[in-house]
Write a protein that binds this ligand. Structure first.
Ligand SMILES: Cc1ncc(COP(=O)(O)O)c(C=O)c1O
Length: 462
């Protein structure tokens, strides 16, 4: 056994300090490949920390691929791999607290990942995954997706379900398949930040529609449809990005009535729905299947890196999408679709989802505590908050000033479909950092800055 006494950076959580020391000493050669680390209890005693801290540190090191544990034989420094290891993310390496990504906390464990990889490795047909996938997705992934949509109350045959490399590409694909350049598309005036550019790329005119506390206003939609002759409507009905609003059933019914009267095609982006475990109003796809394209993905519920997106077409419209996808020659997800399929069909996904929701809920509770007395919107289950800044802060100035303190948030201006709108909001996301204490620290830094006046020389960030 190796005699190893790490030097710890005690300014960080101790388990991370120990894991970092293992990484440093492997890199520096103090810990040789294949050598055995001291038993956990012994190291805990030597460092004056709890056994739990060392257990967590060894687990962290194992997840980073530094250690291999063998039952009854202790923990060994892994033998090197033939290629450089997967690098840390840049923000982690730079000590940045990134609250700018609307994602669920990373909760898939190394064991769950290994279980899915091993299932693929043991499959006699695994090499099929190296072939071109059909443009509309492998049949087993379309079946998985049709099954997944049942969780949203959508019962749809597999032939109406397509796989795309994420919801964003699903949206782009639908727009390009059904809308001709020069047409107009209506959408909530405060919206998903990539939307203006996405509409622009598809050569569509954006028509922002007014919102109130319950989201898009049906009367404003009706007026705009009449005036602009727009045929398309894009919506995020559940946990809208960035306002966190989940539209009531009444509001959905009123919008469907306008859509039917004006013969609108609805593109429903329901990407956040399953982050909320509570029963929600029916999807637009359920309320008006004859005119709705439903777009979602596993990015927010499971892991964005899987790039598994799902599109359900209105009955009878699947040919348009299939023909378009074939003409794009887009090839679909294979290996990552299999990982998702393993988690979903083995129902490991339920435990993963519960963990993600619980972790989000703990981070949301920290947000509510720290921003008590401030003005914000953060509906139950939301993975982010829409926070109003006190005077005289503006969103760009604040985002710039907080970035200088190593915290990233999105300025409100980036969510306005009307260009040039000033904003006094920022979006603060909960899920990005690996650990909850980092999100909390980020919230504290934001709160502190809100209490101070902007300095004259800050450069505004758009
Ligand atoms: C409303 C909305 N739609 C789509 C996306 C993109 O999803 P995906 O990662 O599945 O492409 C996002 C990402 O944040 C989003 O907020």
């Amino acid at each position: 056994m190796t005699i190893w006494t790490p030097i710890l950076d005690r300014s960080k959580p101790l388990y991370l300090a120990i894991a970092d020391a293992i990484a440093r000493d492997v890199e520096g050669g103090t810990l040789a490949q294949g050598s055995r680390l001291p038993p956990q209890r012994e190291l805990a005693w030597k460092l004056g920390v709890t056994l739990g801290t060392v257990t967590r540190a060894y687990k962290e090191a194992e997840e980073r691929g530094l250690l291999a544990g063998e039952v009854g034989r202790g923990s060994y420094i892994r033998r090197p791999r033939a290629t450089a290891p997967i690098p840390q993310t840049q923000t982690e390496a730079d000590g940045i607290i990134d609250l700018s990504h609307a994602i669920a906390p990373p909760v898939v464990t190394g064991e769950e990942f290994d279980a899915a990889m091993q299932a693929v490795m043991r499959d006699p047909n695994k090499l099929n995954l190296l072939d071109y996938a059909p443009p509309e997705g492998f049949p087993q992934h379309r079946a998985m997706a049709a099954n997944w949509l049942k969780r949203s109350g959508i019962d749809v045959p597999e032939q109406h379900v397509f796989i795309s490399a994420g919801a964003h590409l699903g949206l782009v694909t639908v727009l390009q398949a059904i809308a001709a350049p020069g047409e107009s598309i209506m959408a909530e005036e405060v919206n998903y930040a990539l939307l203006p550019r996405t509409f622009e790329n598809a050569m569509l005119n954006t028509v922002p529609i007014a919102m109130d506390e319950d989201g898009l206003v049906p009367e404003a939609l009706d007026r705009a449809a009449q005036e602009t002759k727009a045929r398309f409507l894009y919506l995020v009905p559940s946990l809208q990005n960035p306002t966190t609003n989940t539209m009531s059933r009444r509001r959905r019914d009123a919008i469907v009535a306008v859509a039917r009267a004006r013969d609108l095609t609805i593109i429903e982006d329901d990407i956040f729905r399953l982050v909320d475990e509570r029963t929600q109003p029916p999807t637009f796809y359920s309320l008006a299947p004859e005119r709705t394209y439903h777009v979602t993905s596993l990015s927010k519920a499971l892991a964005p890196g899987l790039r598994v997106g799902i599109i359900a077409t209105p009955p009878g419209q699947e040919r348009i999408l299939r023909t378009f996808m074939r003409s794009m020659a887009s090839r679909n997800v294979g290996l990552s679709g299999e990982l998702a399929r393993f988690w979903i069909e083995s129902d490991m996904v339920s435990a993963i989802l519960t963990r993600a929701r619980n972790e989000l809920s703990a981070r949301r509770a920290a947000f509510l505590e720290i921003f008590k007395g401030c003005s914000f919107r953060c509906e139950v289950a939301a993975p982010f908050a829409w926070l109003e800044l006190p005077q005289p802060w503006t969103s760009g100035r604040f985002a710039g000033a907080i970035a200088a303190r190593n915290v990233r948030v999105n300025p409100g201006t980036s969510f306005h479909l009307v260009p040039g709108r000033q904003s006094r909001h920022i979006r603060v996301c909960f899920g990005g950092p690996k650990a909850g204490h980092l999100s909390r620290r980020g919230f504290e830094i934001i709160r502190e800055l809100m209490n101070s006046e902007p300095e004259e020389d800050f450069t505004p960030v758009a």
